[in-house]
Design a binder for this molecule. Structure first.
Ligand code: B12
Length: 212
């Protein structure tokens, strides 16, 4: 558990672009052996959710929100040595944001969690065009496909992607997650026999343990 005061302090550094101070906090957590997934969810995710609230209330500009997101992605790189610590187990996961979906930080985290369990976690990126995703899957033959959706109105894009994946790779398990599902849509994805909704990193860990 990361203390609220530390998260608040980090958030202030983040929105004021005090990069070194952000790095120092992350380093201190690593020195104290705080797990990567805790830093991801309790520090980075919480701070970015707060960035979203501040942006919504007009307390920070779009530029500050962009900067805070970019800085968070830098911080994630700081944790990479901890992520590749474990031996590869020969399994692969392809993680992508569907077409029109530009929120990529959560999906990147998911690919990293797979890496931490010895899988190769391929993060394909934001706004992945349908056909590009299909040919990537075709050439990498993953054991699991992960799709991220943050914006509810992108649900039609998710459906198209699921149809295409089901048509071409009906046996490959698919997991979906992201904030869009706060507003519904879980029933839609559950209509597909090979699709699971995974709401959090904790649930993902259970999923990976079952499939390792
Ligand atoms: C940064 C940001 C952006 C950036 C993204 C840049 C980037 N490099 O990613 C940009 C500027 C592109 C952006 C654009 C928009 N954004 Co925005 N954005 C955010 C912000 C501030 C942070 C997102 C983030 O990284 N969160 C942190 C990550 C770690 O959390 P996460 O995504 O939830 O991921 C976790 C879980 O959901 C889950 N998960 C996620 N994906 C997956 C996938 C799988 C397979 C699994 C298993 C799990 C999983 O695991 C993750 C780790 O725990 C959020 C605020 C928020 N609440 O998140 C708003 C937010 C998501 N955006 C919002 C909006 C409205 C928009 C725009 C529509 C704004 C506009 N008018 O243009 C556009 C839409 C663009 C698009 N078509 O995608 C709203 C959405 C509200 C809603 N009702 O849907 C939010 C919530 C802000 C708000 N408070 O209103 N945004």
């Amino acid at each position: 558990m990361i203390k609220n005061e530390l998260v608040d302090e980090y958030f202030e550094h983040l929105i004021h672009a005090r990069r070194k101070d952000c790095f120092d906090i992350v380093d201190s957590l690593l020195e104290n052996k705080i797990p990567v997934e805790t830093i991801y969810t309790e520090l980075f995710q919480r701070s970015l959710y707060k960035v979203g609230e501040y942006w919504e209330k007009n307390l920070i500009s779009v530029a500050t929100e962009h900067m805070a997101t970019a800085l968070t992605e830098n911080m994630m790189i700081r944790l990479q040595p901890k992520i590749f610590n474990i031996e590869r187990i020969g399994k692969k996961a392809v993680i992508a944001c569907v077409a029109n979906e530009y929120h990529q930080v959560g999906a990147k985290m998911i690919a990293d969690i797979f890496e931490m369990y010895g899988w190769d976690g391929y993060f394909v990126g934001a706004n992945t065009p349908f056909d590009a995703m299909i040919s990537f899957i075709e050439s990498h033959k993953p054991d699991t496909i992960g799709l991220s959706l943050s914006i509810y109105y992108n649900l039609p894009e998710l459906k198209i992607t699921l149809e295409k994946i089901n048509g071409k790779f009906p046996e490959t398990p698919v997991i979906v997650g992201g904030q869009a599902f706060r507003w519904g849509g879980i029933d839609i994805v559950q209509q597909y026999h090979n699709v699971d909704f995974i709401p959090s990193i904790n649930s993902l860990k259970n999923y990976i343990n079952k499939n390792n």
